[in-house]
Design a protein around this ligand. Sequence first.
Ligand SMILES: *Cc1c(COP(=O)(O)O)cnc(C)c1O
Length: 371
Amino acid sequence: MQFIDLKSQYEALKERIDNRIQTVLNHGQFIMGPEVQELEQKLSEYVDIKHTITCANGTDALQLALMTLGIQPGDIVFTTPFTFFATAEVIALIGAKPVFIDIDPRTFNIDPQKLEDEIVRRQKAGEAPGAAVTAVDLFGLPSDYTVLEPLCSKHGLHLIEDAAQGFGGAIGARKAGSFGDIATTSFFPAKPLGCYGDGGAVFTNNDEYAEKLRSLRFHGKGTDKYDNVLIGLNSRLDTLQAAILLEKLAAFPVEYAARQELAYAYSTALHDRFLVPWIPEGFETCWAQYSLLAQNREERDRVIAQAKARGIPIMIYYPKPLHLLKAMQYLGVSAGDFPVSEQVSERIFSLPMHGYSKQPSNTVLELLVGE
Ligand SMILES: *Cc1c(COP(=O)(O)O)cnc(C)c1O
């Protein structure tokens, strides 16, 4: 059993993917070939956004978003401590300062009320205001943009949606990737829409941001690549990866439906035993991860140990919130600062999830229900 079954997906799509790869090998435009533009157009249609700018990975996508919004060294960027490291890493990398805001215990996403409390506290204390917020669609569930968007406009903060795990999710008719000033995603193989290597994309409805993003991902190019107008990155999506993604995107809606069924079956089987995911009214998750909460760390660690012994792939996302990681200690953060994130990281575990089987495996259910 695999945690994310990329093999079944390849078997189902093999002929199409192989043909797409062969086409690229034949035309030989390995950088910015025609598949890149075709993919950008198809992604824009899917997300219902004006501009998609593909890039080398989801981490670069976040960095490109921050650079495009003009985030400067020393600026404060609010974000969640319960996410993959990259979300906060790039804030620090460009010299800005990540300021963590604890999560909502039910959604595991940034808590908009706590964000507003921190904004107001800073105002009253005369501390530096924030420049931006990076919200994360953790495990596939969009952050609460119905509250975050008006809150950010009210306080003059830029809003970035880190939809690395969110692609496919939605709030009402709006798809993940369309929230905030700029949204980003990742095509890392294990993400809901993954390629066969590294890949990422940035989404925006803003024409100026789109132009700047296209320049920044290509060494800050101007009218041509030897007319550099900005200090940028080398962060393009390989044509081969774009070709593969075109076929995976075509299959995505069917996989998406299968993931919904698998998640529903998990919740039906397991809700008496563990705290199952909570999806707010009107929200849709793409189930990047299906994550359960055990009563406490002891119970969680017992499940993990038994799964390991039986060769069942159960993972922990994330064993440590970011403020407890060594690399973030320079911020002066410490244990106890973000109690919800800390408690969740002790209780959470994630089950195998993918779009090629609608039923949970019996070995997984026996392990969890029979416990
Ligand atoms: C995977 C991930 C990233 C980084 O994406 P890469 O393509 O691996 O660079 C950023 N943020 C979140 C929330 C992620 O899950």
